[in-house]
Design a protein. Structure first.
Length: 461
């Protein structure tokens, strides 16, 4: 007897789902958890749709066993979750909150009991508010505090968690949090955001060092970046240059220091020309950011269509030198263009330009309208989205990309940041009044996909 895969997927390829702490846990003031920037942001009038908060969310803090049972019921191998920094170090530095560590140990041990491999993310945007009060990610000390927090968590849980992610989507934390003001902490200043992006990346490198010092011998660590192909609006040189600049702003500003140990020269020049004082980049910082890691997490949702900003004299376009065109149909409920072919292109490009490179798809999914009934939820658009994007990932593997896992975003409908509870990304529907969970058609589809791609036993004869 021997095990033979049914497809070209690697034999150890893993299927999973992803969530994040603030979006699902609730229990915002229980067991010693401190205040996060999202707690404060949600209580600022006008910041979040309908005044929604993550105070209860999906009540995962109390219902984690049921949620792990759902993952097991779907036949999945792995679960990506995030650890809430304010649960572990309520003031951001100093005092350790043991009940917080105890919760995550229960969660991880529960996953392992169900043969689900945990993938832990150290930061998914819930900075302790006391650190924001002293400058947040614009303050270099926050990067040092993150490394201290990482060391505490890895030392406490490294015996049961081998795979770790430092930062989730530092672009979002920096740009939407400090340049556009869409997300916590709600600052709107471009030079401030570029400074924040550097300290987020520095914190990643410092956390890698902490992990190497106290982590498990067989442990692995990486970072998750949200990456998007930037497509020029025309064949003109001016739009091509704008698309290159957009790629530098969204992709290469994060990829290059992490994987090459240096920021892209064209973006350094551009930001200086826009009046950014780069004195926050100290000698040796880029080497720290570029510490060797074990994998790259890729979050993929859409593409950007780019044109030159012309003579724009204010706003984002003035600072960046380019503008985004409206998305082309079809789009998700978030208005994001659905572009699975570009997903393949992105993965192949990463391997070609930065490889050899081991990768995971740490988030992929979409918000769509759906039709719930008493016993089922019909979401055909999500099924089509996931099927097309999984096939795009499989094509990338066939072209030589070293891809080891695929995580659907998200297991549950959840708190979708400034959009509150209106968008639904989950493959499991959550009734927020009763907290009842219902498998959507997409969850059943995913279970079937996983089953079809399992190795099967065949007679050697």
């Amino acid at each position: 007897m021997g095990a033979l895969p049914k497809t070209a997927l690697p034999p150890e390829f893993r299927f999973g789902v992803a969530t994040s702490a603030y979006q699902i846990e609730g229990a915002a003031d229980e067991d010693g958890r401190g205040e996060s920037i999202w707690d404060r942001f949600c209580r600022t009038p006008g910041r979040v749709l309908n005044g929604d908060t993550g105070d209860v969310a999906c009540d995962h803090y109390h219902r984690w066993e049921r949620d792990l049972d759902l993952i097991a019921e779907l036949g999945l191998d792995t679960y990506r979750f995030s650890i809430a920094w304010p649960r572990i170090v309520p003031e951001g530095r100093g005092r350790i909150n043991q009940p917080g560590l105890d919760f995550y140990r229960r969660l991880v041990e529960g996953a392992l009991e169900r043969d689900i491999k945990p993938l832990a993310t150290l930061y998914h945007w819930d900075l302790p508010q006391p650190l924001e009060d002293t400058g947040g990610w614009t303050n270099r000390d926050t990067a040092l505090a993150f490394a201290e927090y990482a060391e505490v968590v890895v030392a406490a849980l490294g015996d049961v968690v081998t795979d770790w992610i430092t930062q989730n989507e530092p672009w979002v934390s920096a740009i939407e949090g400090y340049a556009q003001g869409k997300k916590a902490p709600g600052v709107a200043d471009w030079p401030t955001a570029i400074c924040a992006s550097h300290h987020l990346l520095l914190s990643h490198g410092l956390a890698v060092d902490a992990f190497r010092a106290v982590g498990p011998a067989d442990g692995r660590i990486g970072i998750t970046l949200n990456l998007a192909p930037m497509i020029a609006a025309s064949d003109t040189e001016i739009d091509a240059a704008a698309a290159l600049r957009a790629d530098g702003y969204h992709n290469r500003w994060y990829l290059d220091p992490v994987l090459r140990g240096r920021y892209p020269a064209d973006m350094l020049e551009h930001y200086v020309a826009q009046g950014v004082d780069l004195a926050f980049i100290n000698d040796g910082d880029e080497a720290i950011i570029g510490r060797p890691t074990d994998f790259l997490g890729v979050n993929y949702y859409s593409v950007g269509r780019i044109r030159d900003a012309g003579d724009a004299s204010e706003g984002d376009a003035s600072f960046l030198g380019f503008d985004f065109l409206p998305a082309r149909e079809p789009v998700t409920a978030m208005g994001w263009e659905i572009a699975p072919t570009a997903f393949t292109d992105l993965l192949v490009r990463l391997e070609r330009e930065y490889g050899p490179l081991r990768m995971m798809i740490t988030e992929n999914g979409g918000a769509f309208a759906e039709e719930p009934s008493e016993s089922s939820v019909h979401d055909p658009e999500r099924i089509a989205f996931l099927a097309d994007h999984f096939e795009a990932a499989r094509r990338a593997i066939a072209e030589g990309v070293d891809l080891e896992a695929y995580y659907v975003w998200s297991l549950l409908d959840n708190f979708e940041w400034e959009s509150g509870y209106r968008p639904r990304f989950g493959i499991v529907r959550v009734d927020y009044e009763t907290q009842e969970r219902t498998l959507k058609d997409s969850a059943l589809w995913y279970r079937g996909l996983v089953s079809r791609h399992r190795p099967v036993e065949v007679d050697a004869a």
